[in-house]
Design a binder for this molecule. Structure first.
Ligand code: ZN
Ligand code: ZN
Length: 620
């Protein structure tokens, strides 16, 4: 407690019981801030209170003490500056907004500063919605917003992801002539990007005459977060041409985009740049870098970043544990978890996602259950549906389908579509038609139009050669208007990321690619390869099926890389769907025949192919 407050409190001890009842009267006053007040505050006390508020920068408790003191000395909140400073301090200390609002309602005709402070307080709180109500109330009271109102308001809108409200605010800002302020424009870009409207963010950005680092970061991040990594990278290059130096935030956005695309070479260049300007010591950027290497399947580099990090948070540990697990290094992931414990760190829900995933993909059923128990009993983590999903996967992958089904039925929460889909996937893998149909029936109720489920079921029927059922599934798929998610594969070459779809002929090197594919098939057959046609939808003739298989996007992407990269260069492919059994077999053989390390990141895991083997040990 600062000495002045001591002195003031010492004096306040003399306050009489009469004043205490006065306080009751006062606090139940009619919102005007002084309903029951009969005495005027001594001017020096008001000054003291404000002086205290101005210096009280550290504690919410002290703030309450000052407030209590002011009440005891009849300082009404309606007096100039008192309420304003009190709310401002409260908001700056991230204090309770309910408390701030209570004070706010007692201020007679608050000025724009106070309205803005309230909007800011809500925007920065966990419940930003009332910020919009405050704004509306402000307009009803004929207070015109100023240049500070919009950034706070847009921040609140960005948090609640309500783009409609954001557009309304945008149009008011234009009408009032504030759309040319760089602060307003920056928050507009941020708001549109956060709401998933990357195009609108870009449009505002394009119209801006002055762009600073924040502007560039907002728009780059907008594209990176909204699944448009290519645009993010293009903008990053433009930023360089504009002479704007990137910072830690730029690096995080950029690395996120690279990780999404599997653009390892560009990610590495970003790393070199970070080392040059010393941004590698920024812990957020270092975590993003670690994540990039893990997501590009380069676990050795991820490990190196981890080992060289100065302050590793649990986020860093989690990135590497999950990274090791999904890359098929389950044992190493579990070792790292033990390391984390030895370092006295407390694992989080995400740590256990990695740990359970590791157990599941290594077929370690008992260990998985032991970790699940420790998670709940020892660390008090309430299992989320994702953790239960890992357990269903653990049992399902191990072929314990009956137990998996029992687990689903005894879950403490309603199993969602993801859980039933995991079970359906396991049934497809182990050929359990009856249970597969049960899971499918539940999925139809929960998510009737999910294309992946139709494909899984049709594959299940196809593996049993039940072609009529396959046809029925296809027909209902057409009838329901379900569209298959088109598969695509991404590869990075030079400064570009190339995308290929099934049977892709759009590339200028198309002829060479298909010639290469033919050569590959010939060589594969001499190695004893027979195409696994069971997964192809059944109405294609046998010969066509084989052709369709050789044109799966990952094979086209690999052929493209074999043509365009020197011998023995490793190849990394990012695929949006699960790799099929035929491609898996073919890529194993390609890795042997062409002597290439091939990494395929598919929707659920990583496959590291080398010398005719895959890290998943054909268990995925
Ligand atoms: Zn395939
Ligand atoms: Zn594999």
């Amino acid at each position: 407690m600062p000495p002045i407050l001591d002195a003031l409190f010492a004096r306040s001890l003399y306050s009489s019981t009469n004043q205490i009842s006065g306080f009751r009267l006062y606090s139940s006053g009619s919102g005007g801030g002084g309903g029951g007040v009969q005495e005027n505050p001594k001017p020096f006390i008001l000054k003291q209170c404000i002086a205290l508020l101005l210096t009280c920068a550290s504690s919410k408790y002290k703030l309450r003490q000052i407030h209590a003191f002011s009440i005891r000395h009849w300082v009404p909140l309606s007096s100039p500056d008192m309420g304003k400073h009190l709310i401002f301090r409260l908001v700056s200390l991230s204090g309770s907004m309910a408390y701030a609002h209570q004070i706010f309602t007692q201020i007679q005709s608050p000025n724009i500063f106070t309205w803005n402070t309230m909007i800011r307080g809500y925007a920065e709180s966990e419940n930003p919605s009332p910020g919009l109500h405050v704004y509306r109330e402000m307009r009803v009271n004929s207070i015109e917003p100023d240049t500070h109102t919009y950034p706070f308001l847009l921040k609140a809108v960005a948090k609640i992801l309500n783009v409609r409200e954001g557009e309304k605010v945008h149009s008011v800002a234009v009408r009032n002539g504030f759309d040319s302020s760089v602060f307003v424009q920056n928050t507009l870009v941020h708001m549109y990007a956060a709401c998933g409207h990357a195009e609108s963010a870009h449009k505002v950005f394009e119209l801006m005459p002055d762009r600073n680092l924040v502007t560039w970061n907002s728009v780059i991040n907008g594209f990176a977060l909204n699944g448009r990594p290519n645009e993010a990278l293009t903008l990053y290059r433009e930023m360089g041409l504009d002479g704007v130096e990137p910072d830690g935030f730029t690096m995080v956005s950029l690395l996120t985009a690279c990780a999404e695309l599997g653009a390892l070479a560009l990610g590495r260049r970003t790393h070199v740049f970070m080392l040059k300007v010393g941004l590698n010591e920024n812990s957020h950027a270092a975590n993003a870098l670690l994540d990039l290497y893990a997501k590009c399947g380069s676990i050795r580099e991820a490990r190196k970043v981890f080992d060289e990090m100065e302050d590793r948070s649990v986020v860093s540990w989690n990135s590497l544990i999950v990274g090791l697990a999904v890359n098929g290094f389950g044992k190493a992931a579990l070792e790292l978890f033990k390391d984390l414990e030895r370092h006295g760190l407390v694992p989080t829900e995400i740590t256990f996602i990695g740990v359970l995933y590791a157990c599941s993909h290594c077929g370690m059923v008992n260990e998985g259950f032991a970790y699940f128990r420790r998670m709940t009993e020892e660390f008090g983590i309430m299992p989320r549906v994702e953790h239960h999903g890992c357990m269903v996967d653990l049992l399902g992958r191990a072929g314990l389908l009956k137990r998996a089904y029992e687990y689903v039925q005894s879950m403490p929460m309603q199993p969602n579509a993801v859980i039933w889909r995991t079970l359906l996937g396991a049934c497809t893998m182990h050929g359990d038609l009856a249970l597969g149909e049960t899971a499918r029936a539940r999925l139809l109720q929960l998510e009737p139009k999910h294309s992946g489920d139709y494909v899984l079921l049709s594959n299940l029927y196809a593996s049993e050669q039940r072609w009529t059922d396959v046809q029925n599934v296809r027909r209902s798929m057409l009838k329901e208007g379900v569209k298959k998610t088109p598969g695509y594969s991404l590869v990075e070459l030079g400064n570009c990321v190339y995308e290929f779809v099934i049977g892709d002929k759009s590339h200028s090197q198309s002829a060479e690619i298909y010639a290469m594919l033919e050569q590959i098939v010939k060589l594969l057959k001499s190695e004893g390869y027979a195409p696994r046609t069971a997964n192809v939808l059944a109405d294609i003739e046998e010969e066509d099926k084989e052709t369709a298989l050789s044109y799966h996007s990952e094979k086209i992407a690999i052929a493209f890389m074999l043509i365009n990269t020197p011998v023995r260069t490793p190849i990394t492919v990012v695929k949006n769907l699960r790799v099929c059994a035929d491609c898996h077999l073919a890529i194993k053989l390609i890795s042997k025949i062409y002597d290439r390390a091939i990494v395929v990141r598919d929707r659920s895991r990583f496959h590291h192919f080398r010398d005719g083997l895959c890290s998943c040990r054909d268990y995925w």
